[in-house]
Design a protein around this ligand. Structure first.
Ligand code: UD1
Ligand code: PEP
Length: 435
C-alpha cells in the first residue's frame, strides 16, 4: 500500500491540463472488441483502471500498440475466448468495474460473454441487473454461479427489441448499446443513461458503421448492422478531474487555469461550484479560477439552505459530491449534501471531522456541512483513502490543512488520477509519494 505525505497550507498556481476521461476510456476500450479492424484511440489516461483494462484486452488476444504517450491502436482480429474461462480472468476481471463492459461486445460478436463480479470502489451495493436484463431481452441466456460470483450470457444471435431500463445505469447502457449495434433488427432503449461518456461511445460506434439515433437523450434507437469497421476516436477531458481541480483551487485559496476543458460537455458542473460560491470564468475553452479568500454558499431563492444532490445526467454527477462536500467545509454558509445513488459514499466525512470540519452525517445518504469561512484551518492527520473520490477529497483537505497529513491506500486515487503527485508538485503542492 503506497502513501502520500502532504504538507498543507501552500497556495497553488499555474495551469493544469485534464487527463482523458476515465469512464469514457473504459467504455470505448471495450468497443474495440466489436471489429476485426484497427481502432485508434487518443487521449487515453495513464491510470490504474485503464491500464488494467488494456491488459485484459491484451490477454484476450487484442493486438495493442502504443503509438504515442496517450494514443494506442487496437486490433481484435484473433480473440482468445478461452481466456474468459480461465482462473486468471477471474482475478483480472474482478479488479475493476469497467471490465463488465467487455460482455456486451463479446456477446454481440462471438455469441458469449463472461465476467466475474467486477471490483471498483467500496461505495455501497452495485448491482448489475440492468446489464443482464438488457442482454436477456436481446435474446441471450443468462447464468450466474453464486459460489464463484461469475456471470455469463450466451446467444446464437441477438434480436432487436424495445426495452425500458429499470434504471439509467451508465455502464449498463453502454454494455447494452454495444450488444445491440450488431443485433438483428431495431432496438429501442428507453431510460438510457446519456452522460457525455455514452454520447462519446455512441459517436464512436456510429463512426464504425453503427446506426444509433437519439444520442444525448434517454431514448436510443439502434438499427443493427452485420459488421463494424475500424475508426479513430479521441476521448474527452475528464470532467470529474476538472471538478476536482476547481475544488482544490478554492480550498487552497489558489488561482489556477484548467486548460481545454471542453466546456460544452460539463453540464451543470461549473454552475454547482458557482452555487458553493466559487468564482470561475470561462476563457475560451479554459476555466480560470481566481484566488478567493472567501466563498459564500448561495441559498435557494426562498432563503432556504442549499441542497446539492446527484442525479443521472444531465443531473449533477455523484462522482463530484464528495469534492463539493469537502469544499463546503471552508465556505461561508451551510449546505446539505444528498448522495442519492450510493449508500456508503459519505462515510469518509469521519476523517474530515477529525481534521476539524463541521459536518453532521445525518444518515448514510445525507450530510450537513457548516462552512467555517477559512476562520479555522483543518488540521493535518493520518487517514486512509476508502474510494477514489473520497481519496481525492481527503487529498484536497490535506493540501488546505495546517500541518502534515498522511494518506494511505492511495492506489484508490491512482485508479483515476494520472501522475497526480507530479502534476500537483508542478503547480506548487508539497506532496511526496512513499512506496
Ligand atoms: C466505470 C464507470 O463508468 N463508473 C461510473 C458509473 O458506474 P456504474 O455504471 O456502475 O453506475 P450505475 O449508473 O449503474 O449506478 C450507480 C448507482 O446509482 C444508482 N442509480 C443509477 C441510476 C438511476 O437512475 N438511479 C440510481 O439510483 C444505482 O443503483 C447504483 O447504486 O456511473 C456511476 C453513476 O454516475 C459513477 O459513479 C461511476 O463513476
Ligand atoms: C465510482 C467510480 O468509479 P468506478 O465505477 O470505476 O468504481 C468513480 O469514478 O467515481
Amino acid at each position: 500500500m503506497a502513501t502520500f505525505v502532504i504538507e498543507g497550507g501552500h497556495k497553488l498556481s499555474g495551469e493544469i491540463t485534464p487527463q482523458g476521461a476515465k469512464n469514457e476510456a473504459l467504455q470505448v476500450l471495450c468497443a474495440v472488441l466489436l471489429t476485426e479492424e484497427k481502432v485508434t484511440i487518443s487521449n487515453i489516461p495513464d491510470i490504474r483502471d485503464v491500464n488494467k483494462l488494456i491488459y485484459i484486452l491484451g490477454e484476450l488476444g487484442v493486438k495493442i500498440e502504443q503509438i504515442a504517450n496517450d494514443t494506442y491502436t487496437f486490433q481484435a482480429d484473433a480473440i482468445n475466448l478461452e481466456y474468459l474461462e480461465s482462473e486468471k480472468f477471474k482475478q483480472d476481471g474482478s479488479s475493476l468495474r469497467g471490465s463488465i463492459m467487455i460482455v456486451g461486445p463479446l456477446l454481440a460478436r462471438f455469441g458469449k460473454g463472461y465476467i466475474p463480479r467486477p471490483g471498483g470502489d467500496k461505495i455501497g451495493r452495485r448491482r448489475l441487473d440492468t446489464h443482464f436484463e438488457g442482454f436477456i431481452k436481446l435474446g441471450a441466456t443468462f447464468r450466474y454461479n453464486k459460489d464463484e460470483k461469475f456471470y455469463g450470457v450466451e446467444a446464437d444471435y441477438l434480436t432487436g427489441t424495445n426495452m425500458l431500463l429499470d434504471e439509467a445505469s451508465v455502464t449498463g447502457t453502454a454494455n447494452i448499446v454495444m450488444a445491440a449495434v450488431m443485433a438483428r433488427g431495431i432496438t429501442t432503449i428507453y431510460n438510457a443513461a446519456c452522460e457525455p461518456y455514452l454520447q462519446q461511445l455512441c459517436k464512436m460506434l456510429n463512426s464504425m458503421g453503427a446506426k444509433i439515433r437519439g444520442v444525448g437523450s434517454n431514448l436510443l434507437i439502434i438499427e443493427g448492422v452485420q459488421v463494424l469497421k475500424g475508426c479513430y476516436h479521441r476521448i474527452l477531458p475528464d470532467m470529474i478531474e476538472i471538478g476536482s481541480w476547481i475544488g482544490m483551487a478554492a480550498m487552497t485559496k489558489s488561482s489556477i487555469t484548467i486548460k481545454n476543458v471542453s466546456w460544452d460537455d460539463l453540464g451543470l458542473i461549473p454552475r454547482v461550484f458557482q452555487k458553493i460560491g466559487i468564482n470561475l470564468e470561462r476563457r475560451g475553452d479554459d476555466i480560470f479560477i481566481p484566488e478567493q479568500d472567501s466563498y459564500e454558499i448561495q441559498n435557494f431563492i426562498d432563503g432556504s439552505i442549499l441542497t446539492v444532490s446527484d442525479a443521472p445526467w444531465p443531473g449533477f454527477t455523484p462522482d463530484l459530491l464528495s469534492i463539493i462536500l469537502v469544499v463546503a467545509t471552508q465556505a461561508k454558509g451551510s449546505v446539505l449534501i444528498h448522495q442519492k445513488m450510493f449508500e456508503s459514499r459519505l462515510f469518509f466525512v469521519d476523517k474530515l471531522i477529525d481534521m476539524g470540519a463541521k459536518v453532521i452525517l445525518c444518515d448514510p445518504h445525507r450530510a450537513t456541512v457548516i462552512g467555517m469561512d477559512h476562520e479555522f484551518s483543518l488540521k493535518g492527520t493520518v487517514m486512509t483513502s476508502p474510494d477514489i473520490r473520497a481519496g481525492i477529497s481527503l487529498l484536497i483537505a490535506a493540501l488546505s490543512a495546517k500541518g502534515t497529513s498522511t494518506i494511505h491506500n492511495i492506489e484508490q486515487i491512482d485508479r483515476g488520477y494520472q501522475n497526480i503527485d507530479t502534476r500537483l508538485r508542478a503547480i506548487g503542492a508539497k506532496i511526496t509519494r512513499v512506496e
